[in-house]
Design a protein around this ligand. Structure first.
Ligand code: SF4
Length: 373
């Protein structure tokens, strides 16, 4: 028979006691151990909301180490939100290459436009108004409100979830436990120095309460942490096993001409990888393709005497909702490519000048590794 939950099981009864201590312990720790990050204001300095917003959008998909050079490049090219708003979208997309989904870069540009033209170049200070801007969701609005403006908001990312799950030994697995972890985190947020507190928890999760091998000996929360006491830290947070992703297949065409240029085109603006450059391909579907069947999607009716050659190996890429496997075929354009909107011939050496998503870069890498011409 299931045991009745004791009042301590969800952490709520101990929250007020822990909250008072946790906040002060974490802030004292942060004053000594804070990470120096290019977008972070030095101690005692006022944060720049543009820097906070830009870094938080970039950090949505990738790590602090990766974001560093991109952040530096963006603020060098576009020192203010108004400069970014005035930039060509293509330049922004190109500068974004390697940072993940381009929809985010498009929203970044759109958001900069709204802030520059409708808000006098100043970001709104409260979470609700921030959330009304393109590309800013729950986490990012809370992070900007707290870090840039010192509001009592609580940004909760994977790092903070992990710290909360351990501090209160929450056994319920993610993602079901998210609301509880969020409310526990909110209950710990102090009225003063909310921005420092948010950054302190991020730093703590990234450097001390790491997913594997947390350094509990160095942790300011050690004396309060229930998972530490119970010896369960390494097993938390628990996770519901992920279902296997559906698989999709496609055939991509690496088509070159006599000058050694390769045929590329721009994807439609709407939808997955919208507006990015690509090598033409069949639709991506649940069944595998026969190459003959795929040929009707090829950009040329006549790929030379040798026909389409299947390149050894394949390109695999994991999207959020499916896993993709692409067979790549190569051919030389003998009689001219089909007319396609947004298509151009590009020297292989010039591919880096275009905004390709990672999956397309993998195709180029495969073809180049085989020295296909
Ligand atoms: Fe994480 Fe250990 Fe600190 Fe608990 S004591 S919050 S498990 S690092």
């Amino acid at each position: 028979m299931a045991r009745n939950a004791s009042p301590t099981d969800d952490g709520t009864d101990v929250l007020p006691r822990i909250a008072r201590k946790a906040a002060s312990h974490v802030l004292v720790w942060y004053d000594v151990n804070r990470r120096v990050l290019p977008w972070r204001a030095a101690s005692g300095e006022k944060p720049d909301p543009y820097h906070v917003w830009l870094s938080e959008i970039m950090l949505q998909q990738t790590t602090v180490a990766t974001v560093g050079p991109y952040f530096a490049d963006f603020v060098r090219r576009w020192p203010t939100v108004s400069d970014l708003a005035a930039a060509e979208l293509d330049d922004v997309l190109h500068a974004w290459q390697g940072l993940g989904y381009y929809a985010r870069a498009r929203n970044l540009h759109k958001c900069a436009g709204i802030v520059a033209s409708q808000m006098g170049g100043r970001f709104p200070e409260d979470e609700k108004a921030l959330k009304g801007l393109p590309g800013i969701g729950d986490y990012t609005s809370a992070a900007i409100a707290a870090i840039a403006f010192g509001k009592g908001a609580t940004p909760v990312d994977g790092n903070v979830e992990r710290v909360m799950a351990r501090l209160f030994a929450v056994k319920e697995p993610l993602p079901g436990s998210k609301p509880r972890l969020r409310s526990l985190a909110a209950g710990l947020t102090p009225a003063k120095r909310a921005g420092d507190y948010a950054q302190a928890l991020m730093d703590l999760g990234a450097t001390v309460c790491r997913p594997r091998n947390p350094s509990c000996d160095l942790c300011p929360l050690e004396g309060l942490c229930r998972a530490r006491r119970e010896g369960t830290a390494a097993r938390l947070p628990a996770r519901t096993p992920r279902k296997p992703q559906p698989k999709r297949y496609g055939v991509a065409f690496w088509m070159t001409n006599d000058d050694g240029a390769v045929f590329i085109r721009r994807r439609e603006e709407k939808g997955l990888l919208g507006g990015m450059m690509e090598f033409p391909s069949t639709p991506w579907r649940a069944e595998e393709w026969m190459v003959d069947e795929a040929a009707s999607y090829a950009p040329t009716p006549d790929p030379g005497k040798s026909g389409w050659r299947i390149l050894p190996g394949s390109v695999r890429h994991v999207f959020t909702h499916f896993d993709l496997e692409l067979q790549v075929v190569a051919g030389v354009c003998a009689k001219g490519a089909k007319r396609m909107d947004g298509a151009v011939w590009c020297p292989v050496s010039g591919l880096g000048d275009h905004a390709f998503p990672t999956v397309m870069k993998k195709i180029a890498a495969l073809a180049k590794s085989l020295e296909v011409d």
